[in-house]
Design a protein around this ligand. Structure first.
Ligand code: C2E
Ligand code: MG
Ligand code: MG
Length: 758
């Protein structure tokens, strides 16, 4: 896929993402709006319900008041009819009853429609039609339209004498009093009382405000409760004697109204009006919260969608960029590098070698000197390789501390090695010169695969990586070339790696002991524990085969702990038998030095077996000292502080620095067998011996004991005796042997001193 196509795809994906986001937002908004609409409807319904309850309450109260009025009039009628004749001169009985019942007026109407007031006044001819109803036995409330009670109601009940109706007894009453104090507490309403003919009996003054000023009473109320044509309202009214509804007035405003029948006096209805403004006000608060919530939710959604889109886009870009360019070193990254390398290899214009390298223990460099320092080192390397590669060559930062180069390889292997070596020298030298970078010495491990023909880049890289892994195991080489034997070895190693853990559980690992002898007395004064693997298929394997491998996998840590346990068991057994133990040394791989709890683990093992730590010596190989650092020194000091002995193994096998001896707290210097090697012959041997003598005398100055390893001949032994070496370990005295054998050798006193060999 081309870069353009990828970009196009990205865009399409982004658009799709946005579309999905927007649709989701729309869908959620729609759901919320529907919910809000429903909520609003419910709130309005609630208001209507309140209106209905309010009007029913009022109607009940009005009914009570009317009923009370009638009862009072009937009681008065009972009282008065005994002492009062209609039309008699003195209306005193009426007046005293009026006063007694605190009425504003009281009077009697005779069959001739003449009204006689308690004050003695008479009003002729009051509304025949209504008063007739009373004459026929009904209790009536007369809505006064005449001069008699222009602003009020007249309550009238039959006036009987000897059981016969001879007139009506009446009392005037202000209409407002019927509903005074009954205003709804919940909703602001206009209250009306109308009669069944639609005549307004009473209305609150602000009635017009509620139904819209433009609306006349005739329009809304002429037909009494039939304010609306809605059948539902009528049906409700009929069924429940109360109903609620809404209608629009001429101004387009919605009016809500509820009516309830006054039960004691079927002619009257109480009507409550309110308008949409008042209802809106009431639901406003709740709705406001809902709107706020909606707005908040919408904003959150928008933020989320935009945030997700931005993050998505950033991540895509980052992933895309990182696949093509390392974000730290800004040189090509693995994906791009592989594509470009494949192209160059396929073209076959040049022969190429694939070079892959990394820094040993880079993880540790990061931990000790900080990630920022680690980053500086990586940038430095990237800058060097950028300058180093020619136009038709490639370079890349694959991952972590792993870099790769595709170099033109038209010459010999040696020429190629020289070129690569030059690169590494440039890296380390320029690093050394820069004070920001020279905190530690870099050790590079490099694998090279010389490509033949057009091959798959993955295959090329895999081979170069095999060589790089091999290089990690070789202390003194920093370039290893891939060959088929290496591959076969790698396969073998994979098998060993795979078998290791089970082998440890199955007891396939054996600890051998090689005695150490005092040069002067030639008695056993210690031993070195050496691991062997009695492999179930391959038989006895020497540590040279698996120790370097396990150092790369980390399994060596378990193995060394296992050796230490076996050693502790032997010493503990001796102590139990009353035998004075000799100090036994255990090899500690340099891998341990990067382990956090190393010293704690060592101490816990000796404690487990109750072994005094001075019977244990730890051998650290000389190459561990290359990576001299505060940590190494710290670890060594900690080991010493716990009472263990410490030795420097293989001294002389690498670039030993005598200077180092002064700084490191070692008890024993183990001279490598190389010193005694006779390879060179003649002068070389002589020079080697002189060096040994000087090293011994210097070590003695520093109060460090010297042990010579690999002593195979009497000549060597004699020379070492002469050179005042302290201890000897080698085939001349004894080869490494199984634990039981060493146990008997040491504990059977007779064989403890070895007879001089011929
Ligand atoms: P090393 O610690 O220097 O051990 C000494 C090696 O020299 C041993 O090899 C021993 O068998 C060999 N040797 C002793 N005397 C003579 C002699 O007179 N002539 C010759 N040619 N060789 C002699 P080995 O046991 O094969 O161990 C090899 C290396 O493997 C050890 O070197 C050590 O670095 C490593 N190793 C062995 N066991 C362990 C272990 O338990 N843990 C770790 N981390 N490394 C171990
Ligand atoms: Mg050793
Ligand atoms: Mg050694």
């Amino acid at each position: 896929m081309t870069r353009e196509n990828k970009k196009k795809n990205e865009k399409i994906k982004m658009n799709r993402f946005f579309m999905i986001g927007c649709h989701a937002l729309l869908a959620i908004s729609a759901v919320v709006l529907i919910y809000l609409y429903g909520m609003r409807k419910n709130l309005i319904e609630d208001c209507k319900q309140e209106l209905l309850e309010g009007v029913s309450r009022s109607a009940r109260e009005v009914s009570n008041r009317i009923e009370n009025k009638f009862i009072t009039l009937e009681t008065i009628q009972d009282l008065v009819s005994r002492s009062y004749e209609i039309g008699q001169e003195s209306a005193e009985p009426l007046e005293s009853a009026r006063e007694r019942y605190a009425m504003s007026s009281l009077g009697v109407v005779d069959k001739n429609y003449i009204y006689y007031d308690s004050s003695g006044e008479s009003v002729p001819d009051i509304s025949h039609e209504q008063i007739d109803r009373v004459f026929s036995g009904a209790k009536t409330v007369i809505c006064s339209t005449d001069g008699y009670a222009p602003d009020g109601l007249v309550f009238a009940v039959p006036y009987r004498k000897d059981g016969e109706i001879i007139g009506a007894i009446c009392s005037k009453y202000p209409a407002g009093d019927l509903i005074a104090g009954l205003e709804s507490k919940v909703l602001d309403v206009a209250e009306l009382i109308v009669d069944s003919a639609g005549n307004l009996v009473f209305s609150s003054n602000d009635f017009g405000e509620y139904i819209g000023n433009e609306l006349t009473w005739e329009e809304v109320s002429r037909n009494g409760v039939k304010l609306t044509q809605k059948k539902q309202f009528d049906d409700e009214m009929l069924k429940n004697q109360s109903a609620v509804s809404s209608a629009k007035n001429r101004l387009g405003e919605r009016i809500y109204f509820a009516a309830a029948r006054v039960m004691s006096y079927n002619d009257f209805y109480v009507i409550h009006f309110t308008n949409s403004k008042i209802v809106e006000e009431k639901i406003q608060n709740t709705m406001l919260w809902a709107y706020l919530m909606l707005a908040l939710m919408t904003m959150c959604m928008i933020f989320l969608i935009v945030g997700a889109a931005v993050t998505y886009s950033k991540n895509r870009k980052k992933i895309y960029r990182e696949a093509y360019e390392n974000p730290l070193t800004k040189i090509p990254a693995k994906t791009k590098h592989k594509l470009d390398a494949q192209e160059l290899i396929d073209k076959q214009e040049n022969k190429y070698a694939y070079v892959t390298f990394d820094i040993d223990n880079f993880k540790y460099i990061n931990e000790v000197f900080g990630y920022e320092y680690g980053n500086r080192v990586l940038i430095h390397i990237a800058n060097v390789i950028k300058e180093f590669a020619s136009e038709k060559e490639l370079y890349a930062h694959i991952s972590g501390d792993n870099f790769a180069l595709l170099l033109i390889d038209e010459g010999t292997e040696e020429e190629l090695s020289q070129r690569i070596q030059k690169l590494f020298t440039t890296i380390t030298e320029s690093q050394g010169e820069d004070s920001d970078l020279n905190l530690c010495k870099l050790k590079i491990s490099c694998g090279v695969y010389r490509i033949e023909g057009a091959t798959d880049i993955n295959h090329v890289r895999a081979n170069a990586n095999i060589a790089r892994t091999e290089c990690k195991k070789q202390v003194l080489h920093d370039i290893v070339y891939y060959d088929e034997a290496l591959k076969a070895r790698r396969v073998e190693e994979r098998e060993l790696e795979y078998d290791a853990e089970d082998a440890l559980k199955n007891g396939e690992f054996l600890v051998y002991f090689q005695p150490k002898y005092d040069v002067a007395t030639e008695r056993i004064i210690g031993a070195e524990a050496l691991i062997r693997w009695n492999h179930s298929v391959r038989g006895m394997l020497s540590p040279g085969i698996f120790v370097p491998l396990f150092e790369t996998t980390g399994f060596i840590i378990e193995l060394d702990m296992y050796v230490l346990e076996q050693v502790c068991k032997l010493i503990a057994a001796w102590l139990k038998k009353g035998i004075t133990p000799v100090c036994i040394s255990v090899n500690l791989s340099r891998t341990h030095l990067y382990e956090q709890n190393l010293v704690k683990r060592l101490v816990s093992v000796v404690k487990k077996y109750n072994v005094p730590p001075n019977y244990i010596e730890f051998e650290l190989t000389e190459s561990a000292f290359y990576e001299q650092s505060g940590t190494l020194l710290q670890v060594m000091e900690d080991i010493k502080r716990e009472g263990f002995r410490l030795s420097m193994d293989d001294f002389g096998s690498g670039y030993s620095s005598l200077n180092l001896l002064r700084r490191l707290p070692v008890d024993v210097l183990k001279l490598d067998k190389e010193f005694l090697a006779e390879d060179g012959g003649g002068d070389d041997i002589e020079r080697g011996k002189r060096i040994v003598m000087h090293v011994i005398s210097m070590a003695k100055d520093l109060e460090i004991s010297v042990l010579a390893e690999g002593v195979e001949t009497k000549g060597d032994k004699d020379f070492l005796q002469e050179a005042r070496c302290d201890m000897i370990q080698g085939y001349y005295f004894a080869k490494p042997m199984p634990m039981s054998e060493f146990d008997s050798l040491y504990t059977e006193k007779d064989s403890n001193i070895l007879l001089e060999k011929g």
